[in-house]
Ligand binder design. Structure first.
Ligand SMILES: Nc1nc2c(c(=O)[nH]1)N[C@H]1C(S)=C(S)[C@@H](COP(=O)(O)O)O[C@H]1N2
Ligand SMILES: [Mo]
Length: 446
């Protein structure tokens, strides 16, 4: 007899299990330190209904993994308010945007990727009266002259400071990690751990300068309202930061809006720091604390191997000691083909449009090219100016596939310093960061 399986979202699965201890489907305790463990029973049930049949070897499934049938489909393993994302992990939630959803001028909230390091705050605390959401700025001794500590609400920000809106690229430092060989631990992102929203809020600079910054203030760190997966509030999730010069740039903002709407819950509602061009881990979600530091911020995931790359190139597979690693700053130049969708057909001999987006960390994109012959020859694409610094550029080109057969369309951007995207993985590093190799799509000419 066919048993009806309940379809539930990840959110509901969490809510259901929230009161229980963290147990996997076999009733064993999930190891909070590895942030893995097996999928919880309720989550796995939700999947069985999608895969369409029983999962005989469910007990062999490595912790945190979801069936690949699901990794390619998106229903109904879905997070409220999101649509079309590819899920990598449910605990914490990590989901990426497939390339064809980058065809919008700015990434829609429902398509914006999710990279959580822990459990977001309760949704009801993030969407009530957002003007009442508060955050506190703490200053290290001697870094400010006017205030040592101040608490502000979103309402205060709106009243006191001028609102600014910028298109800002938020890209996970580990985007495109999937191509690393030997593989790097961490979310196996294809190319969709990036988004460019139009972020609205106030300048971080305006708020910080009101504290009376001194020369001693050299770094700014953040902390969000999310909690460690174990529920232990002392453990924290991620607390990163940027040097003061980056925090003071005009485009660094405290945002409560994305694309003219409140920020989606999973993307840091109601208030997040948005610092474009650097690894997205510096853009703190669910913002609760800012720290003005007299030293390089030493919060969680600032030290050791996280968001760091070797100071000098290393052979693939090398173990690199912490002291030989440096913090990632500006992200490298990169581009994506958003249209057509990979796997589509086009008529041989007939020109058709190819288009996408390109971005270059702190720089501009200066040049854009596409290839239909695996990089042997390149043709210039039409590149538009970005709406503002740190936003992405739109590009398009007309290509013609001469005869019937299988083709790949490759895209390559060059930044304003003349540095272009490599065709293959640029440099192996232990945690799999900064892969900006060319994006490729497959098209059949018929
Ligand atoms: N408070 C908080 N901020 C955070 C994170 C987090 O887990 N908690 N993840 C960081 C990382 S690693 C990335 S890539 C981006 C992801 O932003 P998004 O989920 O809005 O796409 O948020 C960053 N800010
Ligand atoms: Mo990230």
């Amino acid at each position: 007899m066919e048993k009806k399986i309940e379809e539930i979202s990840i959110q509901e699965a969490y809510a259901k299990d929230a009161t229980k201890a963290d147990l996997d489907i076999f009733g064993r305790e999930v190891n909070p330190d590895t942030r893995r463990g097996f999928l919880k029973k309720s989550a796995l049930l939700a999947m069985v209904s999608v895969v369409g049949s029983n999962i005989p070897f469910a007990d062999k499934m490595p912790g945190g993994l979801i069936p690949s049938a699901l990794a390619d489909s998106t229903e109904p393993f879905r997070v409220k308010g999101k649509d079309g994302l590819v899920y990598l992990n449910d605990r914490p939630i990590n989901a990426e945007t497939p390339p064809h959803l980058f065809d919008e001028d700015f990434t829609l909230g429902k398509h914006f990727f999710i990279r959580n390091n822990g459990q977001p705050p309760k949704e009801s605390t993030t969407n009530k009266n957002i003007d009442e959401w508060t955050f506190t700025i703490y200053a290290d001794e001697g870094t400010t002259t006017k205030h040592k500590k101040i608490t502000l609400s979103i309402g205060d920000l709106k009243k006191k400071y001028k609102k600014h809106t910028y298109g800002l690229v938020v890209e996970c430092g580990g985007n495109s990690r999937k191509e690393f060989n030997p593989p790097a631990k961490g979310n196996q992102w294809a190319n969709g751990a990036i988004g460019c929203g139009k972020w609205g809020g106030v300048r971080l600079r305006d708020v910080l300068e009101d504290m009376g910054l001194t020369q001693k203030a050299i770094y700014v760190g953040y902390k969000g309202a999310d909690t460690h997966l174990s529920g232990d509030t002392h453990k924290g999730t991620v607390s990163r930061g940027v040097p003061m010069y980056k925090a003071l740039e005009p485009e660094a903002i405290l945002a409560w809006e994305m694309n003219g709407e409140p920020i989606p819950y999973q993307n840091g509602a109601p208030l997040r720091l948005v610092i474009g061009g650097w690894p997205a881990s510096v853009s703190g979600k669910w913002l609760k604390k800012l720290y003005i530091r007299d030293t390089i911020h030493d919060g969680k995931k600032m030290m050791g191997q996280s968001y760091r790359v070797p100071k000098n190139p290393v052979a693939p597979g090398t173990k690199v000691p912490d002291e030989d690693m440096k913090v990632i700053e500006s992200m490298p130049v990169k581009s994506i083909v958003a249209f057509p969708k990979t796997g589509e057909n086009r008529e041989a001999g007939k020109p058709f449009e190819v288009r996408g987006k390109a971005w270059a960390g702190d720089l501009y994109v200066a040049d854009m090219e596409v290839s239909i012959d695996f990089g042997a020859t390149w043709q210039k694409a039409d590149l538009q100016r970005a709406e503002n610094r740190l936003s992405w550029h739109k590009w398009s080109a007309y290509v013609t596939l001469p005869i019937t057969g299988y083709y790949e369309i490759w895209a390559r951007a060059v930044d304003s310093n003349g540095k272009g995207q490599p065709m293959v993985l640029p440099g192996w590093n232990p945690r799999g960061y900064l892969n900006n190799s060319c994006h490729r799509i497959a098209i059949q000419a018929i």
